[in-house]
Design a protein around this ligand. Structure first.
Ligand code: BGC
Length: 761
């Protein structure tokens, strides 16, 4: 039976029922027609399947899920900058879903990191839409390659947890297109997720769950998305409005009032049955697709998956400081391990993403294993209540003094990174700061091992320590991964996917966060993350893209397929990268572009390509990047279009957004002629900015200048009338000059407009 036939056989009640969850985690079961339930479960960094997916009350039970591999969370995964690795994580999650009878994972989270305070940043990838979009796509592709669905969330602009259910994100059109939607556009077009989850918040005054523009015009008509849209848990306010806008499935269920609302609206004629049918079809398509793979009651190899979690954690950790090559630990060095996070690492954040891990490596145990016969000490160092305890700190100082190197394991308390509310600051606890300062004062070889999911401020203590390594929320294999990095068995290769600011007040959204009267204005516009720090020349602790290695890399020989190219033809960029150090290692080669000539304000640089490569000592590899038209376009709200303009583009390749190693200038030829927007009120400047308008104005200007009276009058004057009048309406200027014109200004104006709006290139 095909889907249309199934829909034809369904009663109105059955159709309404399938558009509302049947339970906390499933769609409604329609036995009569053999329509099975679709089983959903959170991720995103592992499978959180509760025992009874048909429960209706237990939505908030965060700790009772069936054990599954707990991978590092998204902020860690993103720091790997490795799409292959993230695809592999998706594949393993897909396999575990099959074992546990899960059809759809509620992930990845693809929201932009607008403020480091967002309580859920650990679940998101980046401050850059390009990076976030491609990493999300890889994750989706991995999961879906197994016949399990992925759900990209939270569409859209759910960039803070503070008042997430009621807040309206106020975003101008260009920013929305270039930053917030762009991340989803990339991931959805490339990854083709089975489901999109719409967010709780409002966008410019309308609940995202009721926005026809977002859910139908942009998502379906423009991006040609053909999966289904589900609501975030409880994000529906009016089931009929949300159906009309494009939310196919309300979750969780059942919801009697929504069911009744649909039935009444159909009977009254307020809801067209075709709208309901369309939603039903989209849900059925996915249910039938999920049904092709037999799921449930299977085992998965816990040990193999655990090993993968270890490898992934190792690829994600970022070495931020390594003065005097304090790391890796040298053979025979006596080690002081300080900080209870060494024994109780944080492997994930709090909230709906919490996974019950199958195993757990602790840094302490793994270091002990690798330390061999070397001597080591342990001290707790601090307690999670933040209270400074002098005795505890003194004990830590004592062991640090006795050792050759002190490793301080510093974890933010779990309640600081939790879904549904934001952090209030980006600081470590007072006692942790005190501990770091005290220990580093007595032990020059002090290394801080940070265990948190979002940036923290380090300004108070970083100058005193020799090493800093960001291990993120490291997943269940993180303990082994950090031990391997500390001892040099793994060469760190993570790079920051978000900027670490010096202090909170430096951050782009600081002035507008968290908003007031239920509105948060995205006043920084397109200048999110490094786009802001670059433009404002604000110093940062560690820039976007940054990370150290135990080896060195040199970049050379940057070249392009052509110095001049048409946007539609794209451009190939090649660069050679050499490992000039002693050990093998991985480098993340990053390509940014800078549009030098543009009518709108642009960021100094924007990431447009990246590749992670592995190099043996002395080895050179050539990295080839293919840039496409969309890499050069920007969104012009005036034309409601992605456009390019003729002019110079700088291609920059480097190790981070701050460390550009090679750059080259090319000339872009635009093939886009946007529709002309000149009208009766346009200024001289606007006429000059339009290609055809410029020609017309220049010929008009010649005629006026050649006028005898005008010549006489302006003789000796240094002022260029056209320049002085740039920001005046053309009609105003024509009226001023009417004595020198052959026709009345209004008549000239209407001729000019006909001319300029006539046939264009
Ligand atoms: C979260 C979603 C999650 C859902 C189900 C919501 O509160 O925002 O990300 O998938 O709950 O747990």
């Amino acid at each position: 039976m095909n889907i249309d036939e199934v829909v034809n056989q369904m009663t109105l009640k059955e159709k309404a029922a399938i558009c509302i969850g049947g339970s906390a985690w499933c769609t409604a079961l329609i036995r009569r027609l053999g329509i099975p339930e679709l089983v959903m479960t959170d991720g995103p960094h592992g499978v959180r399947r509760v025992e009874n997916v048909n429960e209706t009350q237990n939505v908030a039970s965060l700790t009772k899920s069936i054990p599954a591999t707990c991978f590092p969370t998204a902020s860690a995964l993103a720091s790997s900058w490795d799409t292959e690795l993230i695809r592999e994580v998706g594949e393993i999650i897909g396999e575990e879903c099959i074992a546990q009878g899960v059809d759809i994972v509620l992930g990845p989270g693809n929201n932009m990191k607008r403020t480091p305070l967002c309580g859920r940043n650990f679940e998101y990838f980046s401050e850059d839409p390009y990076l976030s979009g491609y990493l999300s796509a890889a994750f989706i592709e991995g999961i879906q390659s197994k016949g399990v669905g992925a759900t990209i969330k939270h569409y859209i602009a759910n960039n803070q947890e503070y008042k997430r259910l009621t807040m309206s994100s106020e975003i101008d059109e260009r920013t929305l297109r270039e930053i917030y939607l762009r991340a989803f556009e990339i991931a959805i077009k490339k990854g083709k997720p089975w489901a999109v989850m719409c967010s709780y918040n409002k966008l410019n005054g309308t609940y995202c769950s009721e926005s026809y523009e977002l859910l139908t015009e942009i998502l379906r008509d423009e991006w040609e998305y053909d999966g289904f849209v589900m609501s975030d848990w409880g994000a529906i306010h009016d089931r009929v409005e949300s159906l009309k806008a494009g939310v196919d499935l309300e979750m969780p269920g059942p919801q009697k009032h929504s069911f009744k609302q649909i039935m009444v609206a159909i009977k009254n004629g307020d809801l067209d049955e075709e709208v309901l049918d369309r939603a039903v079809k989209r849900i059925l398509e996915v249910i039938f697709m999920a049904n092709r793979v037999e799921k449930g009651n299977k085992d998965f190899d816990i040990d193999i998956h655990h090993d993968i979690a270890r490898r992934v954690a190792g690829e994600s950790m970022v070495l931020l400081k390594n003065e005097g090559n304090v790391l890796p630990i040298k053979e025979g060095e006596c080690i002081a391990i300080i900080g209870n996070a060494a024994k109780n690492p944080r492997i994930q954040g709090g909230g709906s993403s919490q996974v019950t891990s199958t195993k757990l490596d602790t840094p302490y145990d793994e270091i002990k294993k690798l330390a061999g016969s070397s001597k080591f000490f342990y001290e707790d160092g601090y307690s999670m209540d933040g209270e400074i305890n002098e005795e505890q700190i003194d004990r830590a100082k004592e062991v640090a003094k006795l050792a050759d190197i002190a490793l301080l394991f510093i974890a933010l308390p779990g309640h600081k990174e939790f879904e549904s509310y934001d952090r209030s600051d980006i600081n470590l606890l007072n006692n942790q700061i005190e501990l770091i300062k005290s220990v580093s004062a007595v032990q020059p070889n002090t290394v801080v091992v940070l265990n948190n999911g979002a940036p923290i401020s380090m300004a108070e203590w970083i100058d005193g320590v020799s090493g800093v390594i960001q291990t993120w929320l490291m997943g269940q294999g993180g303990g082994k991964a950090i031990a391997d990095i500390l001892f040099g068995n793994v060469n760190p290769s993570g790079r920051l996917a978000e900027t670490f600011p010096i202090k909170l007040s430096d951050t782009p959204s600081y002035i507008n966060y968290p908003g007031e009267n239920n509105k948060v204005i995205y006043g920084e516009g397109i200048f999110i993350g490094y786009r802001y720090y670059d433009k404002r020349e604000v110093e940062v602790q560690f820039p976007f893209g940054y990370g150290l290695s135990y080896t060195d890399f040199e970049y050379s020989n940057l070249r392009v397929s052509s110095d001049e190219f048409r946007d539609i033809d794209g451009l190939d960029v090649l660069i050679d990268v050499t490992n000039t150090g002693e050990v093998s290692g991985k480098e993340v080669v990053q390509l940014y572009i800078s549009d030098k000539e543009c009518s709108l304000i642009r960021p100094i640089k924007e990431l447009k390509a990246f590749e992670k490569i592995e190099l043996e000592p002395g080895e050179t590899k050539t990295v080839c990047f293919e840039l496409y038209m969309r890499d050069f376009t920007y969104y012009d709200p005036k034309h409601k279009e992605w456009i390019t303009e003729d002019g110079e583009i700088e291609i920059m390749v480097g190790k981070s957004s701050k460390e550009i190693c090679e750059s080259i200038k090319v000339n872009l030829i635009s093939t886009i002629e946007p529709p002309c927007t000149l009208d009766y009120n346009s200024t001289v400047r606007e006429w000059l900015e339009d290609k055809k308008g410029k020609e017309i104005i220049e010929s008009l200007s010649k005629k006026i200048m050649n006028n005898k009276d005008f010549k006489n009058l302006s003789e000796g004057s240094e002022v260029d009338v056209w320049k002085a009048a740039q920001d005046t309406q053309l009609i105003f200027l024509l009226r001023q000059l009417s004595w020198s014109l052959p026709l009345v200004p209004d008549m000239i104006m209407s001729r000019l407009l006909t001319q300029v709006h006539g046939k264009r290139k």
